[in-house]
Design a protein around this ligand. Structure first.
Ligand SMILES: [Zn+2]
Length: 1006
């Protein structure tokens, strides 16, 4: 059968989805080397030697064309790409790319920024000499397609540009540092694209600009190469796991495409958009042998253009077909990755009118050739994987490089064959983004000028600016019509009395001048819409295992007002573009005493540390000065010069008001605590986000491991607060204490040595990663709290604190049916007088990933008795349901009322429980619930919540007194992926009020 007809058959299946898809042209170039071009025989021999089976290669990569002038990767590697035992540092990869640049006009290297640790990131452009000469002219063409407003949405003009422009295909490698193969594959790919004269490759070179960032996570790459070198020097030993990748986050560096907190995300997006690229193709290595996961599985992200979905299918299906025809086993698309969350690096393209792609190939986590045994679900034949990988095989880094390069070359070739279609689609997707207001809507999102949390609002807007979203500010007040909510038909018609009780919903909303307007008639409206909108993941969705978070609604997670406006009148409001967010804070009036209102802005904590020598007190209640009202938690600042205060508050978006006299309100001092911040040597994934947040807020802390804190003789002498952020992956309470086994194996050093010069960076070190906190450490933590220290924990470390007896009647229950996958839940303020709640309003949305479900009790070591109507249900007897029963022959006895206690309240002990019971916790020692989860009906704010009854009304934030100290427990994760600024201050308030946490506490048994 001819290849063309074979392909046509498989495309029939896609025809319904891919209306615009092109079938293989009869004259399409077949992959074959140019017989006239000599082959680099030595290099080619090594390729074949390192490839473990001929079918793990392809006619595209089983040889290397020779060049008299252009060096092969061997010039830097000392061996071929993918050779066993060879793993280059980023610096060596760059060195090679720059050698290529020197040797051929077909390669140009661009510096695209630096990492958190100051390492360079690069992008390498490979194309024909002519294309690279005309980069600027070409870019101008692409820019017009990217922003159709520049050509007045003129399809004819776009059509002309589409025929003239050279598209850009951007490939990014090794964002995940233990996935090590991409850099050498990309070195060799750059060589092939520059040198190979076969018609197949020449067409790519002349038709496409291939842009390559060979190493995305540069800090992590260098650490990983260190570890591999350590492994080569100690071949019989276990080598340390890669505990740190980048400075802050590990695997989650590929979940930053929404929050844009990491340099690598910013640098890649800026590059992608500066080139107006059409594709962003990110390389990973965790699935045998090549999984094009872009097609993935449902649910698909609701905000992507269906045109993109079609493109995924086209490229993915063709990619599988081409490689299958080469005889390469284990190439497939579909699979179990859902395409819902836009947090992945590749999704930067999906959200900016391009094509996102992602490969999972098969890596060995280093450059050893290894016998690999797969799991049954990896080698099983399925409907989407008719040619699965082998259950057992000898696998080499070269095999991996073969798959990566073959996949990319066939993709590039197919992309080039159909580039007019893809460029046209690029224009269409951009145009449809500009037309959003009149198509699906909304017309805009509005963030009001009178937002009380101005600094947090500015932070959210800054994320949008990093996403290259255009922001405008209204120069006049305006009004918009609100959509009329359709009333749900209830089973029983509401009585006329009930109807009149509900006030009619407002039909308009007014916004003051200065309000921010995110117009949806702009090319990047899609990303703004996706980030600011709400998500709903049906509990009945056929996808039962969401791949990542199910919600991210930024207005909720930042805790600022965001209004989705469908009224297109908003677009004609007079407004001006905002390119920079100028701080709006400062000092009002003159005097020596200043009040700063508290709206739970994280910047208040920064202010406390910045004004080191000033005196700051906090009001334990609301107060009034003249006409002006100040809420509970207001800061009262003394001993700071007005100019210093003006400078500090201005830059932090805080408002200070001079007061003529001290208000008569109870206050306590706000002090900057000395903070010990602990991490495990098991995982730094979850805590890294906390570290990043504290660093951004300029809050100093001593960063140390569980091992180190166990060795400090007197914790209370050195620290006021110990922060123990979540551990995340692989957590269990035992592993925090025990660490990795030390009874066998060898020490796992995390140290800078001549072999491993990059491991430590600015993070932590240890001669042996294995030991955990140990029982001495447990005793130290307990004694620290007993003597007055504050221990703050969240999610899994809260469970840890409970497991070592720091809970005083708090239990972490296991949920049975509950499924809350990275969702946004409603919480409710329970104890407004607690300093932890200062600045917060009654309703706060929070990030929750399945709890834990915490419960409070008044007795140690027992679960709370379930109260509620079922307990008071009457037995069978005389009378109606609500009548008292009787016993024949004696007067009726009074049934004592059960004290009514809500789910989040500590139950009042019964007389029987109180009798001679040392386990009853005295009121002053009981847990204080600061926030609880909302009632079941109001629990879901955004995302997937199934079986929410199990956590509804349960405590979400708790302050548990212990000895003279406190343990603070969170069921929510308050600091997460740079996206949850709304709940940061729950942590920061704990810090600033560490020695006054009992303020406002009432111990009375109600
Ligand atoms: Zn990965």
């Amino acid at each position: 059968m001819r290849p063309a007809s074979c392909l046509r058959l498989s495309l029939l299946v896609l025809a319904a989805l891919a209306a615009a898809s092109a079938v293989l042209a009869d004259n399409e170039t077949l992959p074959a080397r140019d017989p006239k071009q000599p082959v680099d025989e030595a290099y080619t021999a090594k390729i074949r030697k390192y490839t473990t089976q001929p079918y793990f290669s392809s006619p595209l990569v089983d040889y290397l064309p020779a060049s008299k002038t252009v060096p092969t990767p061997e010039a830097v590697l000392g061996d071929v790409a993918g050779a066993p035992g060879t793993l280059p540092y980023a610096e060596d990869v760059y060195k090679y790319m720059r050698m290529l640049e020197k040797a051929t006009p077909r390669v140009k290297v661009f510096s695209i920024g630096t990492t958190e640790e100051g390492r360079e990131m690069i992008a390498v452009a490979v194309s024909s000499e002519a294309n690279l000469k005309n980069l600027e002219q070409n870019r101008q063409r692409l820019a017009k397609l990217a922003d159709p407003r520049t050509i007045k949405l003129d399809d004819a003009e776009a059509g002309k540009l589409v025929t003239e422009a050279v598209p850009v295909y951007y490939i990014t490698g090794t964002i995940h540092s233990p996935e090590t193969g991409a850099p050498t594959a990309l070195m060799e790919l750059a060589y092939r694209l520059a040198v190979d004269e076969s018609p197949y490759v020449r067409e790519i070179r002349e038709g496409v600009i291939t842009l390559i960032t060979p190493v995305v996570e540069v800090d992590g790459r260098d650490r990983m190469v260190d570890l591999y070198r350590w492994h080569l020097a100690h071949p019989k030993d276990f080598y340390p796991p890669l505990i740190y990748w980048g400075k802050y986050v590990a695997h989650d560096n590929n979940r930053d495409a929404m929050g844009m907190t990491l340099k690598l995300t910013e640098n890649v997006l800026n590059t992608y958009l500066a080139w107006d690229a059409q594709v962003l193709h990110d390389l990973h290595e965790s699935v045998p042998y090549l999984y094009d996961n872009t097609v993935g599985d449902g649910p698909y992200n609701a905000w992507v253009d269906p045109i993109l979905v079609d493109e995924w299918q086209m490229i993915g299906a063709r990619n599988v077909a081409d490689m299958t025809k080469f005889g390469m086993p284990g190439v497939f698309t579909h699979g179990d990755f859902d395409t819902w969350s836009p947090g992945y690096l590749m999704f930067l393209a999906a959200m900016h009118n391009g094509i996102s792609r992602l490969y999972e190939t098969f890596g060995n986590g280093g450059a050893d050739t290894r016998e690999r045994t797969l799991e049954p679900d990896q080698y099983a034949r399925t409907w989407y994987r008719p040619n699965p990988p082998f259950p057992k095989t000898l696998w080499s880094q070269r095999n991996n490089n073969n798959y990566e390069q073959t996949g990319l070359l066939t993709s590039l070739h197919y992309f080039n064959e159909n580039k007019r279609l893809f460029l046209k689609n690029f224009y269409l997707k951009s145009k449809r983004s500009v037309q959003k207001p009149s198509a699906e809507g909304p017309a805009a999102y509005v963030l009001p000028a009178n937002e009380p949390r101005a600094g947090v609002q500015a932070d959210l807007l800054r994320v949008l600016l990093k996403q290259h979203v255009e922001i405008s500010r209204a120069t006049a007040a305006f009004q918009v019509a609100l959509p009329v909510k359709k009333e749900k038909k209830s089973a029983q018609p509401a009585s006329s009395e009930e109807k009149s009780k509900t006030p009619p919903a407002p039909t308009t909303r007014d916004f003051p001048a200065g309000s921010y307007v995110i117009r949806m008639d702009q090319p990047y409206s899609r990303v703004a819409d996706a980030l600011l909108d709400y998500q709903y993941w049906s509990p009945k969705d056929p996808q039962t295992t969401p791949y990542d978070d199910t919600a991210w609604t930024f207005g909720e997670l930042f805790g600022v007002q965001v209004t989705r406006v469908t009224d297109s009148k908003v677009l004609s409001v007079p407004m001006e573009r905002v390119t920079e967010l100028r701080p709006t804070g400062g000092v009002e009036g003159e005097g020596t005493l200043f009040a700063i209102e508290n709206h739970a802005e994280p910047a208040l904590a920064t202010l406390r540390y910045r004004l080191k020598d000033g005196t700051i007190d906090v009001a334990e209640d609301s107060f009034q000065v003249g006409e002006r009202k100040f809420g509970r938690g207001t800061f009262l600042v003394r001993g700071v010069s007005p100019s210093d205060l003006d400078g500090a508050t201005k830059s932090l978006n805080l408002h200070a008001v001079a007061l003529a006299a001290a208000p008569s309100v109870k206050t306590h001092p706000v002090r900057a605590p000395r903070i010990a911040y602990i991490h495990t040597w098991i995982s730094t994934q979850a805590e890294g986000w906390w570290r990043l947040a504290l660093d951004n807020l300029q809050i100093p802390y001593d960063y140390m491991s569980t091992q180190a804190i166990a060795k400090i003789l007197d914790l209370n002498a050195k620290y006021d607060v110990i922060l123990f952020p979540p551990v995340g992956w692989n957590y269990n309470p035992g592993i925090v204490i025990e660490g990795l086994p030390t009874a066998w194996g060898n020490p796992l050093p995390w140290l800078n040595t001549p072999e491993t010069p990059n491991l430590v960076g600015k993070n932590d070190s240890t001669p042996d990663m294995r030991p955990g906190l140990g029982w001495d450490g447990v005793a130290k933590l307990k004694s620290f709290v007993a003597k007055g220290g504050v221990l703050l924990t969240a999610t899994d470390t809260s469970q840890f604190a409970l497991s070592i007896g720091l809970g005083n009647g708090v239990n972490a229950g296991s949920s049975e049916k509950m499924k809350i996958v990275g969702a946004i839940l409603g919480t409710r303020l329970v104890d407004a007088a607690s300093p932890i709640a200062y600045g917060y309003e009654e309703k706060v949305s929070a990030y929750c990933d399945n709890g834990p479900v915490l419960s409070v009790n008044s007795m140690l070591g027992s679960r709370r008795r379930r109260l509620g109507p079922e307990m008071g249900a009457r037995p069978t007897g005389r009378g109606t349901k609500d009548d008292p029963d009787f016993v024949v022959g004696r007067p009726a006895s009074e049934i004592p009322d059960e004290p009514e206690r809500e789910q989040w309240e500590v139950p009042i002990p019964t007389d029987e429980q109180l009798h001679n019971n040392p386990r009853i916790i005295p009121p002053a020692n009981r847990a204080r619930v600061i926030f609880r989860y909302a009632d079941s009906k109001e629990l879901l704010v955004s995302g997937l919540v199934e079986g929410g009854d199990e956590i509804a009304q349960h405590p979400a934030v708790l302050d548990v007194p212990n000895g003279s100290g406190h343990v603070i427990l969170f069921s929510i994760n308050p600091i997460y992926r740079g996206e949850t600024e709304s709940t940061y201050s729950l942590v920061l308030n704990t810090l600033l009020n560490f020695d006054s946490l009992n303020a406002g506490r009432t111990n009375a048994e109600k």
